[in-house]
Design a protein around this ligand. Structure first.
Ligand code: FES
Length: 119
């Protein structure tokens, strides 16, 4: 079973194929996902310290390009398929918002079209 390490929180066994945002939240970290996991809001952003997936969804690519962001990933668009270490950048506590957002579905939304990370 892959291990997900979240900086400052710990290391967790995660069922392979779990959406990263769900894995993080299930292990007690109040990560934001304000758009409900649809690659719209970017509040689920994480920084990979190790094990960054080498593919991403076209929705993630397009949103990060639109926002001019680099060096971060959208955890709602990543699957846990191997060991990884991440830094969570937005939590409910750190932002003072009243809600993390609607719970993302178990599967990636929108339907993923996978592209290489370099694209
Ligand atoms: S982009 Fe909104 S939850 Fe991931």
């Amino acid at each position: 079973m892959p291990k997900v390490t979240v900086e400052g929180y710990g290391t967790f066994d995660v069922q392979e194929g779990t959406r990263l945002v769900r894995a993080i939240e299930k292990n007690g970290i109040d990560i934001l996902h304000r758009c409900g996991g649809h690659a719209h809001c970017t509040t689920c952003r994480v920084e990979f310290l190790e094990g960054e997936p080498q593919r991403r969804t076209a929705a993630e690519r397009d949103k990060l390009k639109e926002k001019g962001e680099s060096g971060i990933r959208l955890s709602c668009q990543c699957l846990v398929e191997h060991d990884m270490t991440v830094r969570v950048l937005n939590t409910l506590q750190s932002t003072g918002l009243d809600s993390p957002g609607d719970t993302p579905e178990d599967h990636i939304t929108p339907e993923p079209e996978w592209v290489p990370l370099s694209e």
